[in-house]
Design a binder for this molecule. Structure first.
Ligand code: ADP
Ligand code: MG
Ligand code: MG
Length: 210
């Protein structure tokens, strides 16, 4: 049936590591414009290490895979994005019980992960951060679960919502993170963390495609 398995979780992290490796330069450029130019390297190092860590696991369910991913990001990535994405994955994983949770369980776990990010970073939607892409993506998954949309299609729609959310950060002035030091000069650039969140949700769509 329409379940999210440990194998799909491993595939998700692998696809995200690939996508970030491929998009590394672009993430670096975005962060060079409004930050310190290390977001591509941070995410590449973190997800590359997470891919290896989860490949070595013999996980009973997807939650375990995501907890491992989060712990790895926390230990391997400094800066803002390591702890933030680290708690996103770790909290999502901790809230994802069983061997084969369905879309409703996955959406609820991701909501908990997003809440952990917001607790840690105190960012609201519109502050020009990763939350601007993560939040609409999670909302779309919740709505899809209510409608009974298949996981694959739901993940594709979530990736689209993340993309729209990331594009919508361009005209915003940053209110959190390094970019906020620039004040009005942060306007006119896509937030790098929102851009990496798009890659992460596209990878989920890839990993759950049938
Ligand atoms: P650093 O800014 O420490 O160099 P990165 O460049 O890896 O870390 O990550 C920057 C990204 O982290 C930003 O583009 C933004 O999306 C995200 N970010 C920064 N601060 C916060 C925060 N308080 N809440 C949510 N996301 C944040
Ligand atoms: Mg940076
Ligand atoms: Mg940095």
């Amino acid at each position: 049936m329409d379940a999210f398995t440990a194998g799909q979780a491993v595939a998700w992290i692998g696809a995200a590591a690939d996508a970030v490796a491929e998009g590394k330069e672009r993430l670096t450029e975005l962060d060079a414009a409004i930050g310190d130019g290390d977001h591509g390297a941070n995410m590449d190092r973190g997800l590359g290490a997470a891919r290896e860590a989860v490949a070595a696991l013999d996980a009973a369910g997807p939650g375990e895979v995501l907890v491992k991913t989060g712990m790895t990001l926390i230990s391997k990535v400094g800066g803002a994005s390591g702890p933030l994405y680290g708690s996103f994955f770790r909290t999502t994983g901790k809230n994802l019980e069983g061997a084969e949770p369905g879309l409703a369980e996955l959406a609820a776990a991701l909501r908990a992960g997003l809440e952990a990010v917001q607790r840690m970073g105190a960012a609201q939607p519109g502050d020009k951060t990763m939350v601007d892409a993560l939040s609409p993506a999670v909302t779309v998954l919740e709505q899809a679960a209510e409608k009974g949309t298949p996981l694959t299609e739901a993940a594709r729609d979530a990736a689209g919502a993340a993309y729209d959310g990331a594009q919508a950060t361009i005209p915003l002035q940053a209110r959190k993170g390094r970019a906020s030091y620039l004040g009005e000069r942060s306007i006119g650039h896509e937030d790098p963390g929102a851009a990496s969140a798009v890659l992460i949700f596209r990878s989920l769509a890839e990993a759950t495609a049938d």
